[in-house]
Design a protein around this ligand. Sequence first.
Ligand SMILES: Nc1ncnc2c1ncn2[C@@H]1O[C@H](COP(=O)(O)OP(=O)(O)O)[C@@H](O)[C@H]1O
Ligand SMILES: [Mg+2]
Length: 452
Amino acid sequence: MQVLLLGAGTVTSRLNMQLAEQGHAVVAQIAAFTPQHLDLFDFRALVVVSPEASVAPEGLVQAAERGKLLFVIAGVGDGMSAWANGVGVPALAYPPSEVDVHKLFEEMRRAEAGNLAADDQYRRAVLGSDLSARLQSGMAVRKIAITSPKGGTGKTTVAVNLAVALALSGITTYLVDADGNAGALQYHLRMERVQTTMIGLLRREVAKAGRGVMGDVASGAAYLNAFTPLENLPTLRVLPGLITDDLGDEVLQQEDKVAEVIQGLYEAGVAAGGVVIMDVGINPAHVVHRAALKAAEGIAIVIKPEIPDLAETRRWIARMIRSLASVVGRGSAQEFVGSRVKLCYNQVVGDGFKSAHKLLQQALSEDQIELALIPNGILPIVDPRLAAQAVNSDRREDILVWRYRKEKLEELGPFAEALLGFAAHFVPAVREGAARIGLLPAAPKKRGWFRK
Ligand SMILES: Nc1ncnc2c1ncn2[C@@H]1O[C@H](COP(=O)(O)OP(=O)(O)O)[C@@H](O)[C@H]1O
Ligand SMILES: [Mg+2]
């Protein structure tokens, strides 16, 4: 792999030769490291020979945040060795013995093979190793579908920002494009080279079934390998692109297979300790959408607080309950929908959503649907210029919450805070992670209605 080697002494120079012998490409060997080097050189791993280099832990934290793999060689009692051990970065004694050097190469091979190493380093180095362990227990709803009964309400915007917010907060997040009509994740995330796409994965699995490959249940690893990791946010992996204009497409005729793949993606992400978010298109009768909604533990319905959206939502909920009721009975159907659906009002101006929400409640009770839906998310409209840059600029970091994290633009504060509030309905631990990286104020703000 591409290595940036830090140090300017005999041990470093020797290591430089040995790395080359092992087939690694040392892009540069430098004595003093600054975060600017992260932009100057293209590399995957940073190998630090601490006693021969000038580098501060803060610089290494920034490298971990950018998804670089870190390896440290440091003297016993050296501050760098204490730091590395504290955050779980592989650390070897200085000067390293032959055995140590072999251990280093072994660690590098392992990290290269299992792409989970970088996200763990991000968690430990950027958020702190104490929090890293706690995050795992604070995830209530790990299989999340984001949908809406109408187009253009902000499904993809919410899915992408929710995923980035969770990922920045240290939660490994698998983001899937399951929109059969208007998949757009590859644009939002500026992805050029991808491992595969949703339609590619479906074709592969359907082809296997067509050849009668029995018992060839795709393993969790095969599903995880379908995701493309982002080099500058190691906690986020993406499976883009379910685009086919051909409704007669063979893969869409095999509902069982589609359901198996969707389920497999959810299960694999959860088994790997993460959260899976699917961006699901508007038509719940589409085979992919139906499978993604059915297997979800939480369904976010993104709507604008406007009459046409409310009318569609009313119909969507009624249809969902009707179709479930024929299988499990009306009571259970209502329970299923009530326990899973989380409403997210988007592009909200002022508190107009309150009267809209009342209208929706009223309409549902007129339909004899007993659901106590609450507005779980209330996302304000953001400056259209910033919303456009979030998809049009050439920087992936212009995605709204990511940009807020980097630039602290005041205009984006309310959106980021509201989004994290919505995210906490699924993953309560996100608050702690977000506070650690400065995405949220550490102490929860007092709300108006708590005041006397
Ligand atoms: N909170 C918001 N503030 C401003 N513009 C938004 C907001 N949410 C979404 N948009 C814009 O609305 C349009 C539709 O959003 P998108 O996420 O693509 O919707 P969908 O996936 O439901 O079709 C996009 O131009 C997007 O930038
Ligand atoms: Mg969309």
